[in-house]
Design a protein around this ligand. Structure first.
Ligand SMILES: O=C(O)c1ccccc1N[C@@H]1O[C@H](COP(=O)(O)O)[C@@H](O)[C@H]1O
Length: 222
């Protein structure tokens, strides 16, 4: 049976971190992008990350950050995986990550046909990434709660390969994620808005329902 990795992003409260881990999340994300309504400081990310049990990965999300900002995040959360969600080049990502694993977000235009977004070209360009977070193109770079046209991208193209580790993102909810996992068969999924009571405040019942909905699709797979 396949096991889709689950990341819950944009946490700002200890109770939400503890609930996400207890409910079965594989990773939780802390947004170190000051313009986000879910932004936390590096020190706060460190406090929150210390609530995680072993084997649940903290992810630090940056948008076009400077090296000193990434360094401050890594000092506070030394075991973090990095997620670059802006306009960073492959060279920027590698330099900022300093040998740590990093994910790069792709921002897919909304609307039918995904605006001609070329997933294969993106995967080639970011071949050094540990994973590709495939998100919708929204104002403010992310966390907008909008889904792009999943049917428009060549998820099973052999050139993409298993190594690309596609993380489906953008507008996922407990109601649509089972279908998303069935159609895309991603390595992982990433959600923020769809499990929130308010920006940065997670709803425990929605988080549990989201994880159960992913596992439902996993249980159908061979
Ligand atoms: O969460 C944010 O505020 C955020 C800000 C800037 C860039 C990315 C952000 N979040 C990421 O956006 C996607 C999709 O979120 P949603 O589920 O559609 O709300 C997800 O990868 C978050 O990690």
């Amino acid at each position: 049976m396949r096991r889709t990795r689950i990341k819950i992003c944009g946490l700002t409260r200890e109770a939400d971190v503890e609930h996400a881990a207890a409910a079965g999340a594989d990773a939780v994300g802390f947004v170190l992008y000051p313009a986000s309504p879910r932004a936390v400081t590096p020190a706060r990310a460190g406090q929150l990350a210390r609530r995680l049990p072993p084997f649940v990965t903290p992810v630090l999300l940056f948008v076009n950050a400077r090296a000193d900002e990434v360094d401050a995040g890594l000092q506070a959360v030394p075991n973090a995986v990095l997620q670059f969600h802006g306009d960073e080049t492959p060279r920027d990502c590698a330099a900022l990550a300093q040998g740590r694993p990093w994910l790069r977000a792709a921002r897919v235009p909304l609307g039918a046909g995904a605006g001609g977004f070329d997933l294969l070209e993106f995967a080639d360009r970011f071949a050094a990434a540990a994973g590709l977070v495939v998100d919708a193109h929204v104002p403010g770079y992310g966390g907008g709660g909008h889904a792009f046209d999943w049917n428009a991208l060549p998820w099973s193209h052999p050139r993409l390969g298993a190594a690309a580790r596609v993380v489906l993102s953008g507008g996922l909810t407990p109601a649509n994620v089972t279908d998303g996992v069935r159609r895309v068969r991603p390595w992982g999924v990433d959600v923020s808005s769809g499990v929130e009571a308010a920006k940065g405040i997670k709803d425990a019942a929605l988080v549990s329902a989201f994880i159960a909905a992913v596992r439902k699709a996993d249980a159908e797979s061979t």
